[in-house]
Design a protein around this ligand. Structure first.
Ligand SMILES: C[S@@+](CC[C@H](N)C(=O)[O-])C[C@H]1O[C@@H](n2cnc3c(N)ncnc32)[C@H](O)[C@@H]1O
Length: 283
């Protein structure tokens, strides 16, 4: 920000000269004006100087060309326009700006498309992530199935710890209302996307999934996340990618602890991404 400091200094110099030349001007008034100007310049230019500034992630001096890739943008908005109420009011079409998270998922799914096995998501809602993946991969051409597990009516409160109840019960009501019909309609163009309605882990045995190449877990609470990871571990093929949406976020420490314990038991390590996601590869 050297240019910014230089600019401020330059403004101050002009102000000093003005002060000497026009003695009638009130010094304090002038100083106040300069401070206002400095703040204005700081706020307008600082916002522009971040390459990415959303989803609690500020990034500068980085190449974010994925953001303008037409294929990415089409897939991203396919998910964003799924009719969800996460971080926005019912009926709203606002973009909640989770591009970098979706970028990571699309990368993971693109890798997994080369492996043997199917795709699984636990915690689907209206399908922001999974619809983006279906669009990006042209899923009907992959020859794979995408198993999509959700109650489609929110997090089961009885699975929450007392701490989770305190932090998550409220947004459970507002963000995750009944959405099964919406999800069914959203995935209608993808016949091999199979919606499995009910509580994880109870529903996991309702479908036969011998091999898994891609696993996304986004249930927002610890117990079913750990059970889901445990259930799928032996089914995950070598090189399979697991994306844990809540892993690195503040307020989700119970999930992190539970998932880290599981990973430690398997001798593997979960990477914390700056997006808040956890990333794990099956050895
Ligand atoms: C944050 S949302 C998932 C968002 C989704 N990944 C997307 O891309 O739009 C969390 C979802 O997990 C579901 N959920 C939480 N606990 C569950 C459980 N034990 N069994 C089934 N679904 C559950 C909720 O119904 C909710 O739809």
């Amino acid at each position: 920000m050297k240019w910014f400091a230089d600019l401020c200094q330059c403004l101050k110099n002009v102000a000093c000269r003005t002060k000497q030349e026009a003695q009638l001007l009130q010094h304090t008034q002038l100083q106040n004006r300069i401070t206002e100007l400095e703040l204005y310049i700081y706020h307008t230019t600082a916002a522009q100087s971040f390459d990415y500034d959303a989803d609690s992630l500020r990034v500068w001096n980085k190449n974010v060309d994925f953001m303008s890739d037409p294929r990415f943008r089409q897939a991203y908005f396919r998910g964003m326009d799924s009719g969800h109420q996460i971080g926005r009011a019912p009926g709203s079409h606002d973009d909640i700006h989770i591009e970098w998270r979706v970028h990571m998922l699309l990368w993971a799914a693109s890798h997994a498309a080369h492996l043997e096995g199917d795709f699984v998501e636990c915690g689907v809602n209206t399908g922001i992530f999974s619809l983006a993946i279906c669009d990006y991969l042209d899923f009907n051409k992959t020859g794979k199935s995408f198993f999509l597990f959700d109650t489609f009516e929110g997090i089961p409160v009885e699975q929450m710890s007392e701490k989770e109840k305190a932090g998550k019960a409220e947004f459970n009501k507002t963000c995750f209302p009944e959405c099964f019909e919406q999800a069914k309609a959203n995935f209608q163009p993808y016949p091999s996307a199979i919606l499995v309605r009910g509580k994880v882990p109870d529903t996991l045995t309702q479908v036969d999934i011998p091999k898994v190449a891609f696993l996304s877990i986004d249930l927002n609470i610890a117990t079913p996340e750990r059970l889901a990871l445990c259930f799928f571990w032996d089914k995950l093929v070598s090189g399979a990618v697991i994306v844990l949406d809540d892993y690195g976020w503040k307020g989700y420490e119970e999930q992190k602890t539970a998932l880290d314990d599981f990973a430690r038991g398997k001798g593997v390590m979960i990477a914390t991404l700056p997006t808040g996601q956890g990333l794990l590869l099956k050895p």
